[in-house]
Ligand binder design. Structure first.
Ligand SMILES: [Zn+2]
Length: 275
């Protein structure tokens, strides 16, 4: 079957990763854009076209007939190019937040999307942002692909910035919130439990086991919350974000200080909401 030349690195049976040229303290190596297609499909789905970088967009557009663009969340490193990419491909753009949809309907939790020969399940995972969403791809078994092709029998999940390939994600209060984020991690952990389910993150390398990384993230969050509780004990219950950040994120680089403060704000909001 005729297909456009493959672009990016094959990271699973159905997914190729095209790294955007926007490396930085908040984006790690850059934004991971993904091109999804079932074997034999001439259409593709592009997830997170990313920043307005003409060469990057040209690469994505050359991957095949773009049927659909999906958005994991509204941050500009994932969405800046949505208008330009829609103009190039005419493909509808769908996100949880209607403000980021172009010629497409908003995504709904639990919906199943059929495109590029795939069935893609929508899993709302608020926390990093209120509009964060993950996309679950079926396991090899469903399409008779070969063992060892990457998605494994249990499939894989595109996690946006809910789970990163390296380090941990930021809960950006007030758009993001820790309570929903912990719930989202629990649902992803449950989804990954029959696993191993592959993780295709918005930044950093792909990971082999969704349940394992969710457990690690939950443990990290519990540890940070303990540190914030200890800081409040030391500084007083009304301590401000800056003072708590100084104690808990003392080892944090200045380039991500404002992100650390946002994260502390989210933790304080969470602790104060649960008493
Ligand atoms: Zn991002």
């Amino acid at each position: 079957m005729d297909q456009a030349p493959a672009v990016g690195d094959r990271v699973s049976t159905f997914a190729r990763l095209v790294l955007a040229p926007n490396a930085g303290p908040m984006t790690l190596d850059g934004t991971n854009s993904y091109v999804l297609r079932a074997p034999g499909s001439d259409g593709v789905v592009v997830v997170d076209p990313g920043p307005s970088a003409p060469g990057h967009l040209a690469t994505l557009a050359a991957a095949g007939r773009v049927e659909l663009v999906l958005v994991t969340h509204h941050h500009p490193d994932h969405t800046e190019a949505l208008g330009a990419f829609h103009a190039m491909t005419d493909a509808p753009v769908r996100a949880i937040d209607a403000a980021f949809c172009v010629a497409g309907a908003p995504l709904v939790d639990g919906a199943r999307i059929r495109a590029a020969g795939l069935e893609i399940d929508v899993i709302a995972t608020p926390g990093h942002t209120a509009d964060s969403v993950c996309f679950s791809l079926p396991g090899d078994r469903l399409v008779g692909a070969h063992d060892g092709d990457g998605d494994g029998a249990h499939g894989s999940v595109l996690t946006g910035d809910t789970i990163l390939g390296r380090g941990t994600t930021i809960i950006a209060d007030p758009d993001g919130a820790l309570g929903p984020y912990l719930d989202s991690l629990e649902s992803l952990r449950a989804l990954g439990t029959p696993g191993p389910v592959g993780v295709l993150p918005g930044h950093g390398p792909v990971l082999p086991d969704l349940a394992a990384i969710c457990r690690a993230y939950l443990a990290h969050r519990a540890e940070r919350l303990d540190q914030v509780r200890a800081a409040l004990h030391e500084l007083g219950a009304d301590a401000g974000t800056g003072a708590v950040t100084d104690l808990v994120y003392a080892d944090t680089d200045a380039s991500v200080r404002s992100a650390a403060e946002a994260s502390v704000r989210a933790q304080l909001a969470y602790l104060r909401s649960v008493g």
